[in-house]
Design a protein around this ligand. Structure first.
Ligand code: COA
Ligand code: AMP
Length: 637
């Protein structure tokens, strides 16, 4: 096989032949005879191809005689349940549930919203949608009713599939009251709700009553339905819409196509993650995130491998050896998690004592992504686990890694702080603020990707082609703006340093400060607010809310803090992990009224900062620094 450099160069110089070759890894109903259809700022991959992604993920392996291979190993540290599904069993479960959806009138292109915990039903429901050409949209269980209703409003799903709830350490998360609130908030959209009854959580289909919506029990519905066969769809047919945070408060529905995604994932599994039939991959994330879509569900199954679906945390369920137990028990070859999880393990088990009972000899590589991996944690993991640690970088939008070490191609060395080298089809470029290419190594700028993007990347924003252009293509004509800043070193290694917009990353979860600000201003005492991401030792960043009060407002700061924290939990959800409220007399602003968020963050993080020339009143910055110092003293004592 060619080395990395040759592969990458070929992908850029001759994308047509590179990706047509890669498309051979997929079984097409109608094979594409060309790869790229490009016109100006729009492009499609494998335009004439038709396929079914679920059939590629399941039926194909059964037809090839591997029906008895374990496709899915479910391990719940929350309930102690362990269950495996062979490819044949999973295919049958998926066909059954697909039939149930068809019975409710779901047709190709219809949206189905999935609000499910980390149980096999989440995987089954996703693949069932794919089997019949329906478009799934998974909403992470840590989002509350308002976020759910925003997604219902935007995606207009005919059916919503849910469960009685999720399990978090020390508490159950009842989904049904949230589903009721969210569906009722957007009347006339959701015709059917399917409820998977979970013994460990109160509530079932009979306890959910929503006017104008039929509620079904999962098992009853499946029992009354016939299995459905896979439906071939066009390569550009949307497989799913996954919402992610943008600069504004309203989330963006990232559209993923079918053919391009299947080809890109098949390539990534083999060449980046070095996973093929018979191998086991453990991705410790959640099906509600892109990492879960690509590397818990679609990627490993397209590869004919075994995927581990783990319901639990890296620590406390029951200890910091939870991940290592999974690796040993399932013979995991490739593992993937977020840096926060490693930092959490390191905090409670710095010497990796909880690792010793477990045999990690099957593990060949640990991949990390979702947020910046600090060099200290990189070294700690490299030394302690004695397997290569690959920090790799990508986004919900791209669906698969932009930069990584392609372990199935070449064992390139890693570098602490770097997300390694560009993957095929990604022409990673550093641009200055005027959009000029920065060719000097190690000079920081905006990280942009030259168009067209490779297969598997976003096909648009649901319902809004203008927002797609405005968000990603308008800033630097001819390029996709990643929203990340960073640099490329002399060896071509990419260093991703942080966002250039108002997106923050809390424990690998992407949040919009705009939507948090929207919630804080709902409080009757709040006049103005600014939410910024401040450095957090465990979670990378955490959201801090700076508020000013309306004139003559008497509320005491503790009550206000409690109420604002509750408000964020109610409207966005516990995932925001919002705890810090700082009351100020005034917010620092420019003379034109723009809040100086960057300077505020620098002060909060104790970094050196320059007083912006356009500042309205520099003394406001001193007052901010004093308030933060006083708060820190109070926290220490
Ligand atoms: N459903 C409902 N609530 C959820 C949830 C879910 N699926 N996931 C998280 N939450 C809740 C948590 O229970 C917590 O609630 P609390 O405020 O009542 O304690 C809150 O959201 C914040 O959760 P989290 O950020 O996960 O913090 P934590 O303190 O519970 O756990 C870690 C800390 C490090 C163990 C955890 O953040 C972790 O596992 N991180 C890895 C991140 C990851 O995999 N990211 C995926 C991107 S690749
Ligand atoms: P998400 O869309 O939730 O996957 O978040 C994508 C964002 O997370 C990226 O734009 C980066 O800001 C950040 N990110 C993801 N992986 C990395 C990484 N390995 N290093 C630094 N930042 C990362």
């Amino acid at each position: 096989m060619a080395g990395y450099a040759d592969l990458w160069t070929r992908s850029i110089d001759d994308p047509e032949s590179f990706w047509l070759d890669a498309a051979d890894a997929i079984t097409w109903d109608h094979a594409p005879d060309r790869a790229l259809d490009e016109a100006g700022e729009t492009w499609r991959w494998f335009p004439e191809g038709t396929l079914n992604v679920a059939a590629n993920a399941l039926d194909r392996h059964v037809d090839a005689g591997r029906g008895e291979t374990i496709a899915l190993a479910y391990d719940s540290a929350m309930t102690g349940t362990k269950k495996t599904y062979s490819y044949a069993q999973l295919r049958d479960r998926v066909a059954d549930f697909a039939g149930a959806l068809v019975g409710l009138g779901v047709e190709p292109g219809d949206r189905v919203l999935l609000y499910l915990p980390m149980t096999p039903e989440a995987v089954i429901a996703m693949l069932a949608c794919a089997r019949i050409g329906a478009v799934h949209s998974v909403v992470f269980g840590g989002f509350a009713a308002t976020e759910l209703s925003v997604r219902i409003q935007d995606a207009a799903p005919k059916v919503l599939v849910t469960a009685s709830g999720g399990l978090e350490p020390g508490r159950v998360v009842e989904y049904l009251p949230m589903v009721q609130k969210a569906v009722e908030a957007v009347p006339g959209v959701v015709s059917h709700v399917i409820v998977r009854d979970r013994e460990a959580v109160p509530g079932d289909a009979s306890s959910l009553v929503i006017e104008g919506t039929e509620v079904h029990d999962w098992d009853d519905l499946v029992a009354a339905s016939e299995p459905a066969a896979p439906v071939a769809v066009d390569s550009s047919h949307p497989l799913y819409v996954l919402y992610t945070s943008g600069t504004t408060g309203s989330p963006k529905g990232i559209i993923r196509d079918s053919g391009g995604y299947a080809v890109a994932l098949a390539w990534a599994m083999r060449h980046i993650y070095d996973i093929g039939p018979g191998d086991t991959m453990f991705t410790a994330s959640d099906v509600g995130w892109v990492v879960g879509h690509s590397f818990i569900v679609y990627g490993p199954l397209l590869a004919g491998a075994t995927t581990v679906l783990y319901e639990g945390k890296p620590i406390g369920t029951p200890d910091a050896g939870a991940f290592w137990r999974i690796v040993a028990e399932y013979g995991v070859k490739t593992m993937f998690t977020a840096p926060t999880a490693l930092r959490a393990i390191r905090r409670v088990d710095p010497d990796l004592e909880d690792l010793s009972p477990h045999d990690l000899s099957s593990l060949e590589t640990l991949f990390l992504a979702g947020e910046r991996l600090d060099p200290e944690t990189w070294h700690w993991a490299n030394d302690g686990l004695r397997v290569p640690i690959v920090d790799h970088w990508w986004q919900t939008e791209t669906g698969w890694p932009i930069c990584a070490i392609p372990r199935g191609v070449e064992h390139l060395p890693g570098k602490a702080g770097s997300t390694a080298v560009p993957m095929p089809g990604y022409a990673v470029t550093i641009l200055d603020s005027k959009g000029r290419e920065v060719s000097q190594p190690e000079k920081e700028g905006n990280i942009a990707l030259r168009l067209p993007l490779p297969p598997g990347t976003l096909a648009g924003i649901w319902g809004s082609p203008e927002r797609f252009r405005d968000s990603y293509l308008a800033a630097f004509p001819g390029y996709y703006a990643t929203g990340d800043a960073g640099y490329i070193d002399r060896d071509g290694y990419v260093f991703v340093m942080g966002r250039t917009d108002d997106v923050i990353n809390v424990a690998g979860h992407r949040l919009s400060t705009g939507s948090l600000e929207g919630v804080l201003t709902m409080h009757s005492a709040v006049a103005e607010c600014a939410v910024i991401g401040v450095a957090d030792e465990l979670k990378g960043q955490r959201a801090a809310g700076f508020v000013t009060l309306k004139a003559h407002e008497q509320i005491d700061p503790e009550t206000l803090e409690r109420e604002l924290v509750a408000l964020v939990r109610e409207h966005i959800g516990p995932v925001a992990a919002f705890r810090d409220v700082i009351v100020l007399d005034r917010l620092p602003k420019t003379r034109s009224g723009k809040i100086l968020r960057k300077t505020m963050r620098q002060i909060a993080d104790g970094e050196a900062y320059k007083i912006p020339a356009t500042i309205e009143d520099p003394t406001v910055l001193d007052a901010l620094a004093d308030t933060l110092r006083a708060r820190e003293r109070a926290n220490v004592s």
